[in-house]
Design a protein around this ligand. Structure first.
Ligand code: ADP
Ligand code: MG
Length: 313
């Protein structure tokens, strides 16, 4: 099976002279003596990444939020954005609402829009985002260390469950239904750069492809493995009880963070996160043995069904 990663590897990945190029949530280039610019680009295409009738305010928000998420995954503070938008026709109302959502997100995360490109074509939104990060505290995918704790923010699987809800009728609590659709349409990246909280961690990645797939990237690039305690993963109890566990393990679009940190930081992370009102959970540990295991409450590994896991192996 050919994935986007094969394509990038085969056709686009060449040697460069930057501190960090293709392969992480953002590239790094020199900013000043102590800082890098982290730069990332993410695209949302109609019918691939969102349904045509998606609320434009939410779509504007999400277009930027998915890039903000890549900045936080690097420990970087988002700053400047370029917006490239293809439109099949100019609809004033739609654009008014889209831009309102975009700028609400920009305000929330301290981003300024400073350029872009507007063209005719099938609806597609692509944003380049630049952020600043201290050189000593970059959270690379390759920085996980053996025995590190593994941390996850907020909740896993809501976005994928929201998509299921949009596609089929699921008999779940009404509150969970609206919450999960909101998670899909208006993701809220967790700002771990507040009060230098991100400096407590070694490695970071945001969850766009699914928890296992994205944790797999960290393990692969850090040349380590992991043991995850299923019961410690933040999953909505109804989703877990009703056999939608796959949404949490393999569902995409969560834009939560997976982080690793030295065990010595555990108390500091818990105390700081409480102060900053950040929901973060200790879900497992990095191992020397280079495979990924998820243990149930009896301590047995559960069977993982994912192509990314095989790819990682
Ligand atoms: P993310 O999910 O964090 O946005 P991706 O999985 O989209 O990251 O991309 C993986 C890496 O490949 C990133 O470093 C990204 O910049 C790079 N990449 C993706 N597509 C291309 C491309 N067409 N040309 C060059 N680099 C690319
Ligand atoms: Mg990412």
């Amino acid at each position: 099976m050919i994935t986007e990663f094969n394509v990038i590897e085969k056709f686009f990945k060449k040697n460069t002279d930057v501190p960090l190029g293709i392969g992480d949530d953002a590239a790094l280039i020199e900013k000043d003596k102590d800082h890098f610019w982290a730069i990332a680009q993410d695209t949302l295409n109609v019918n691939t990444h969102f349904l045509k009738n998606t609320n434009p305010i939410n779509l504007g928000w999400k277009s930027l939020a998915v890039n903000v998420s890549d900045m936080f995954a690097m420990g970087a503070k988002p700053k400047y954005a370029f917006l490239s938008i293809a439109l099949d026709k100019v609809e004033n109302d739609w654009l008014k609402q889209f831009s309102r959502g975009l700028f609400r997100c920009a305000k929330e995360y301290g981003v300024q829009l400073i350029g872009g490109d507007t063209t005719r074509g099938k609806l597609s939104i692509s944003i380049v985002l630049m952020g600043e990060v201290h050189k000593k505290f970059v959270l690379k995918r390759s920085h996980a260390k053996i025995n590190d704790d593994i941390w996850v923010t907020n909740t896993l699987g809501l976005a994928a469950f929201g998509l299921k809800n949009l596609k089929t009728q699921i008999n779940c609590p009404e509150g969970l239904k609206s919450k999960s659709i909101k998670a899909l349409e208006k993701p809220k990246p967790t700002n771990i750069t507040k009060n230098n909280f991100s400096r407590l961690f070694h490695a970071g990645i945001d969850i766009s492809d699914g928890f296992i797939a994205d944790l797999g990237h960290v393990l692969e690039q850090s040349k380590v493995g992991a043991i995850i305690q299923l019961d410690n993963l933040p999953i909505n109890p109804w989703i877990k009880k009703n056999k939608y566990l796959d949404c949490a393990l393999n569902g995409g679009d969560d834009y939560e963070l997976i982080l690793t940190a030295d065990k010595k930081q555990r108390n500091q992370i818990l105390a700081q996160s409480k102060k900053l009102n950040i929901q973060i959970y200790n879900v497992g540990e990095i191992t020397k043995n280079q495979d990924l295991r998820i243990h149930n409450n009896k301590g047995y590994p559960i069977k993982l069904k994912t192509r990314f896991f095989r790819h990682f192996k």
